[in-house]
Write a protein that binds this ligand. Structure first.
Ligand code: ADP
Ligand code: MG
Length: 270
């Protein structure tokens, strides 16, 4: 059995103030292996964030089954951590304080927390910035803190929702290289949502393309590129071929008109 199994997952949000319900995810089936790096791409509103929140245990499915290591997901668990595009750091805590926060509330011994944060600070390349506050850091550095904080509870699953979406292009490339290293060392399963096809190919073992009306798995592309991957890989023939395949898959969605954000139920009945 796979590490994460999603079987015919559906998710409908009830409409507020008597408005129509939104079918965010129609029928999604996906198997994910342990320590796999999965990138998820797809049009806005196809349910990518909703799916991640379900794996995190922060949203429940309205139909289907979602299990991790054979156990149904019934709520949040410190083995699953999430990193969002917004850094969501505590502004009043230092880098070290932010990273140690999770283990401290889980009553992990202070000395162990300090060793852990020292290791994580080294892992994400923030040595020398331990005592800085978030407002003193650049976007890339803030996201490094957010990743270290997510890793502080030693999660088996790291969920990342467009984590580099707010960064400039060069910082973003650096962060992709860093994330590859971090993932190889941390040995966890990653589900990574992105709008960038090249980012998805560069990072992932498999790229899942979601379609909308409502959300489903449209295509799964296995990325057969050696690791560690360097920036140069972007110009390789295989990389370009993957890019073409994914672009075509997404263009089909655009041509259907589903790239725009239209309530899923309307689209379905149209
Ligand atoms: N809490 C919510 N209440 C109502 N509708 C929601 C909620 N969260 C998401 N949706 C709707 O579900 C659909 C999928 O949203 P989302 O998962 O955020 O898509 P994506 O991350 O792919 O852009 C959208 O139509 C969105 O408006
Ligand atoms: Mg989203």
């Amino acid at each position: 059995m796979s590490f994460i199994t999603a079987r015919h997952i559906g998710k409908t949000f009830n409409g507020k103030n008597n408005s129509d319900p939104t079918v965010a995810i129609g029928d999604l089936t996906l198997d994910i292996e342990e320590k796999e790096f999965i990138a998820i791409i797809g049009p806005s509103g196809c349910g990518k964030s909703t799916f991640l929140l379900m794996v995190a245990g922060l949203e429940s499915a309205t139909s289907g089954e979602l299990a991790i290591e054979g156990k149904p997901v019934t709520g949040p668990d410190h083995q699953r951590a999430i990193v969002f595009q917004e850094f969501l750091l505590f502004p009043w805590k230092t880098v070290k304080g932010n990273i140690e926060f999770g283990p401290r509330i889980n009553r992990v011994d202070k000395g162990i927390c300090q060793t852990l944060s020292r290791d994580l600070i080294r892992l994400v390349g923030l040595e020398g910035f331990e005592e800085c506050f978030p407002h003193e850091l650049s976007g890339g550095m803030k996201q490094r803190v957010a990743i270290a904080r997510a890793l502080a509870n030693k999660p088996k699953v790291l969920l990342m929702d467009e984590p580099f979406g707010a960064l400039d292009a060069l910082t973003r490339e650096t962060m992709q290289l860093e994330l590859q290293k971090i993932w190889q060392k941390a040995q966890c399963t990653v589900l990574f949502v992105t709008h960038s096809i090249t980012e998805a190919i560069f990072l992932a073992d498999r790229v899942v393309v979601m379609g909308s009306r409502p959300g489903f798995v449209k295509k799964i592309l296995t990325i057969d590129l050696e690791r560690p991957r360097s920036r140069k890989i972007h110009t390789s023939h295989t990389f370009r071929r993957y890019e073409q395949i994914l672009k075509e898959s997404i263009w089909e969605e655009e041509e259907d008109g589903s790239w725009e954000r239209v309530p899923a139920l309307e689209k379905r009945s149209a």
